[in-house]
Design a protein. Structure first.
Length: 226
């Protein structure tokens, strides 16, 4: 049986981390790396605003190569598509056959991914697609996934949620109408521990700032003692 050589689109958040966990348990999948877009100006993961140092620690904890795609700030759709296409061209020698995504239920995003992959020859995978988000959130918590909220859309959720852990209390405190997994962009997160990692990643909470209409909680790496 030929295994599917798969790259995973990696945002650094809980959905990506849980997708990674699902793929790790699939005997038909051979994971070959994590792929992340990074804002060139701020040197942070796009939207999640996570430091590159923490991103690198996640990849090391997952025991996978990390492929960083630098994108400009601000970034147009054309610039984004060009950056992605250049990346796929650069990885042709890896023999990759599939690209996995952690999308849950936004059909327009799913179609966008599919269209973007057509010219690459890669097949898309959506391991979490259409899972009920309330159920999925509980599965994540029960499975030992630990994440911290790094970005809030203040038009949808109070800024007081920035920097909090994604746990049962967090879910209980969410206002009605806010998706438990933040699938509508209400919040984004950073996964720092769970069954997909060989060891937890040490973080401390830094400054909470507002920029470009969003609120970001800065996570600072805690170096392991020598």
């Amino acid at each position: 049986m030929t295994r599917k050589k798969t790259l995973l689109s990696w945002s650094s958040g809980k959905d990506s981390a849980w997708t990674l966990y699902q793929l790790q348990q699939d005997k038909n999948i051979e994971l070959v790396g994590l792929v992340t877009t990074v804002n060139q100006t701020h040197q942070r993961v796009a939207m999640h605003a996570v430091r590159v140092a923490l991103l690198e620690q996640q990849a090391a904890a997952a025991n996978l190569p990390l492929y960083i795609i630098p994108i400009p700030y601000p970034c147009s759709n054309d610039e984004y598509n060009h950056a992605m296409l250049s990346f796929f061209e650069s990885t042709e020698g890896l023999g990759v056959t599939h690209m996995a995504f952690g999308d849950l239920h936004l059909e327009d995003i799913r179609q966008y991914r599919i269209e973007n992959l057509k010219s690459t020859g890669l097949e898309p995978l959506f391991p979490l697609w259409l899972k009920p988000t309330a159920q999925l959130a509980q599965e994540m918590l029960a499975g030992g996934l630990k994440t911290c909220i790094t970005c809030i859309d203040p038009k949808q959720l109070s800024v007081s949620f920035a920097g909090r852990d994604f746990n049962q209390q967090f879910l209980d405190d969410l206002p009605a109408g806010v998706d438990p997994c933040g699938e509508n962009g209400e919040f984004h997160s950073f996964a720092y521990a769970g069954p997909m990692f060989k060891y937890p990643i040490g973080i401390s909470l830094g400054e909470v700032v507002e920029r470009d209409g969003f609120v970001f909680a800065d996570l600072i790496p805690i170096e392991e003692p020598v």
